[in-house]
Design a protein around this ligand. Structure first.
Ligand SMILES: Nc1ncnc2c1ncn2[C@@H]1O[C@H](COP(=O)(O)OP(=O)(O)OP(=O)(O)O)[C@@H](O)[C@H]1O
Ligand SMILES: [Mg+2]
Length: 363
């Protein structure tokens, strides 16, 4: 076929996003021109090779191009290959609930072939930093599914009516292939209920969701996370197969988190356990941040790791301690560091005068 006929065919196929036809036509063009224009033929062949690579790569994370806003073309979702993350530290009850969900998902086929529907939707609630996002990333990783995270900042359009439409697009995308569709920081949508002008828009979103939660395909998972479950419509709550409430970590979990995020052997295990009892109120994210600071301080200033850990715990947590806890902490420091830390220094860590610290130590 002559080049003049092949070019319009190529353009039509490209506009129709018919990859197969694009490749076929491109091959015909190469055959047509390779004798006279070998350099151009080579360039087309190269482009096709890269096209193949990008298609393979995109096929592994999703069969369709990532959905984007129809007006400003910003992507509405972030698509990530399953990435291994450390197993989240959870309370025994939370762990059991998560394991049951994972077990159902890994027996998908046998459940379906027995006429049973596996759990498909999961709502994770809890205060900031307890690991909600981490947990969903972990689920996608264990089940080897791509994680499709809705980008709320783009999806919540300033143009009335487009939010529902954008959400619809992302939902279609999540349903089109085995994946975990993640509506992170879902309260960002829910919060808009405070704004009376947005009521119609919110209702639209909630309606889209209610419908989809009921008919979600078994091959995919829909997960949402929120810090403010109270702002969510109760009808939405009820539709989720599993609602996992993650609370701030208890002492046992805080010990595990400290052990997880402090490099092995940096601080004696006894001290880690003792310190965990002083970190009440810190979230998993808070503990990870604290451990990072300890490691950096030790590395940069050559400070003893024990002293870095105790000072960071004092600086971050002492504000919420009563007299008894402060006294106990002074004792703990004395045991771990002996006389290498002055009462003035110690006072700075826990927000007390050095005379008070001296009194505590005497007592
Ligand atoms: N339970 C946990 N187990 C292990 N790591 C945790 C846990 N909680 C928090 N982390 C660590 O802290 C980081 C931040 O936590 P994450 O973003 O998942 O919290 P979140 O609950 O989603 O917070 P937010 O409400 O602010 O979105 C995680 O990437 C992880 O490294
Ligand atoms: Mg989060």
């Amino acid at each position: 076929m002559k080049l003049q006929k092949l070019l319009p065919q190529l353009i039509r196929a490209a506009l129709d996003q018919d990859q197969q036809q694009v490749r076929r036509t491109a091959m015909s063009i190469v055959r047509e021109i390779r004798a006279e224009e070998p350099a151009v033929a080579k360039e087309i062949a190269e482009a096709m090779a890269y096209g193949d690579i990008s298609q393979r790569a995109s096929r592994s994370v999703g069969i369709n191009p990532t959905p984007s806003d129809s007006e400003n073309h910003s992507p509405l979702a972030l698509v990530q290959e399953p990435t291994p993350v450390p197993e989240p530290v959870l309370s025994p009850t939370e762990r059991v609930a998560l394991q049951e969900f994972l077990d159902e998902r890994s027996h998908l086929q046998s459940l379906l072939s027995s006429g049973l529907e596996p759990s498909k939707s999961l709502l994770v609630t809890g205060p900031p930093g307890v690991g909600k996002t981490h947990l969903i990333t972990h689920i996608a990783s264990v089940l080897k599914l791509p994680l499709v995270t809705l980008d709320l900042s783009t999806a919540i359009s300033s143009y009335l009516g487009r939010t529902g439409f954008n959400l619809r697009k992302v939902i279609d995308y999540g349903q089109s292939m085995p994946s975990v569709l993640f509506l992170d920081e879902f309260d960002a949508v829910a919060k808009r209920r405070d704004d009376p002008t947005d009521l119609g828009e919110l209702k639209r979103i909630v309606n889209v969701l209610l419908l989809e939660l009921d008919r979600w395909p078994a091959h995919s998972i829909i997960a949402a996370a929120t810090n403010h479950p109270d702002l969510l419509d109760p009808a939405v709550w009820r539709r989720f197969d599993l609602v996992l409430e993650i609370s701030l970590p208890g002492e046992r979990e805080r010990t595990d988190l400290l052990e997880m995020y402090l490099p092995e052997g940096l601080v004696p295990k006894d001290l880690v356990r003792a310190v965990a009892s002083f970190t009440d109120g810190l979230s998993g994210a808070g503990i990870r941040q604290l451990c990072g600071k300890v490691v950096r301080k030790n590395l940069i200033h050559g400070e003893r790791p024990e002293s870095c850990l105790l000072s960071e715990v004092g600086l971050r947590c002492a504000e919420s301690w009563g007299k008894a806890t402060r006294e106990r902490f002074c004792g703990c420091i004395k045991d771990a560091l002996g006389d290498s830390v002055s009462s003035r220094q110690l006072g700075k860590w826990i927000g007390l005068s050095h005379t008070t610290v001296q009194r505590y130590l005497r007592d």
